[in-house]
Write a protein that binds this ligand. Structure first.
Ligand code: TXA
Ligand code: MG
Length: 344
């Protein structure tokens, strides 16, 4: 298939009529959002929805998020909106927060992977909003990467993964947040954070005036955010994530670097403060330790860059598990696929 690639200015989105036409006729379009690029299909076309799973190689039991433009569209998708959901919507939509609601029967089970709930978000990115506005049908969109790869935060990431497989890619340069939306379930007795993002648990607890539970993997037979159970966000090379005090992480990584095999290409991802302290040819700057939002903006790009460098091994300096840092460390742990070294 020939993929049409268009470049646009995300703050002055123009010329998206063709993209909307492709979507409305059942094609797939990759588009920018404020978090990561999405791979879109209209939620009313089951063949197009199934195509999303086929193109990505995505397991069928991992449901999709519906993206909306109008407030009215929410009522077409969900059967009820709780007072807690209303508070969060008022505060954070449009923006990088996905909420889980009870679904209306009309919503395809392909979107929800047979769950009786549905994930919805209203993106704030001007280009995403313009595309959703003229398409005028809610758009189902997972991240626009091949399943298992880091989510795409640059047009070229999408081109590398999906060119030749979908009708159109809209390239609007780097996505500002850099990690996927926060996912919060409001369908049970207490709110549950299913995926941390740049909108944090701490700030949503303030808005709600009550605690938000953290989803624990293995809590139930049926994972609450099915997507979170897979090895995700992973570059080609094995990743080792080091967690603990920064000085001890540096000395542990340095002692492993000293013992590396002849010719082995090891890439270190470290915080700005520690870059000069690593003894290695390849050291990449994730951003300052106290600025996790900067690290979030760079992390997927750096993981994909490790593939371009053809790294044999990646060592990552773990960062603090609080605020936006929780979203960062969550993605790093998944990239490490369980290979986490606690130093103390
Ligand atoms: O920022 C984002 O959310 C991006 C952009 C494109 O909007 N999209 C994205 O989609 O990250 P995806 O498919 O990569 O992740 C969706 C997550 C998965 O972990 C999935 O399991 C969860 O949302 N999810 C979707 N529907 C759900 C539901 N009904 N109940 C629980 N989790 C759900
Ligand atoms: Mg994804």
């Amino acid at each position: 298939m020939k993929t049409t690639i268009i470049k646009i200015d995300r703050n002055q989105p123009e010329g998206l009529e063709e993209a909307a036409r492709i979507l409305r006729s059942g094609g797939l379009v990759a588009f920018p959002t404020e978090t990561v690029y999405g791979l879109g299909a209209v939620c009313t076309d089951e063949r197009a929805l199934l195509n999303i799973f086929a193109v990505k190689g995505r397991p069928a039991d991992n449901p999709l998020i519906l993206h909306i433009y109008h407030w009215d569209q929410l009522g077409q998708i969900v059967s009820s909106v709780s007072p807690a959901a209303e508070k969060l919507i008022e505060r954070y939509w449009p923006g990088p927060l996905t909420l889980i609601f009870p679904k209306r029967p009309e919503i395809s089970s392909v979107v929800t992977a047979n769950l009786d709930t549905v994930a919805v978000r209203m993106p704030s990115d001007p280009a995403a909003r313009e595309l959703l506005r003229i398409t005028d049908i809610p758009v189902a969109a997972p991240s626009a990467n091949l399943s298992g790869k880091p989510s795409p935060t640059l047009g070229e990431h999408v081109i590398n993964d999906l060119a030749g497989k979908i009708e159109m890619i809209i390239d609007a340069g780097p996505c500002p947040a850099g990690v996927e939306s926060t996912v919060l379930s409001l369908t049970g007795a207490a709110p549950v954070l299913l995926r941390p993002g740049v909108i944090t648990r701490e700030e949503m607890e303030e808005v709600l005036g009550k605690p938000i539970l953290k989803a624990k993997p293995g809590d139930s037979d049926r994972p609450q955010a099915p997507g979170m159970k897979y090895r995700h966000y992973a570059p080609e090379a094995p990743v080792a994530l080091f967690e603990g005090e920064p000085e001890q992480i540096v000395s542990e990584i340095n002692s492993r670097l000293a013992a590396k095999r002849q010719g082995q290409k090891v890439v270190v991802l470290g915080t700005t403060e520690n870059i000069p302290n690593y003894h290695n040819e390849w050291v990449l700057d994730m951003g300052p330790r106290e600025r996790p939002e900067i690290i979030a903006g760079r992390i997927y790009q750096l993981l994909r860059f490790c593939d371009q460098l053809q790294a044999d091994q990646i060592y990552i300096e773990g960062t603090a598990d609080r605020g936006v840092g929780t979203a960062v460390i969550n993605r790093l742990r998944k990239a490490a696929g369980g290979n986490i070294i606690h130093v103390s």
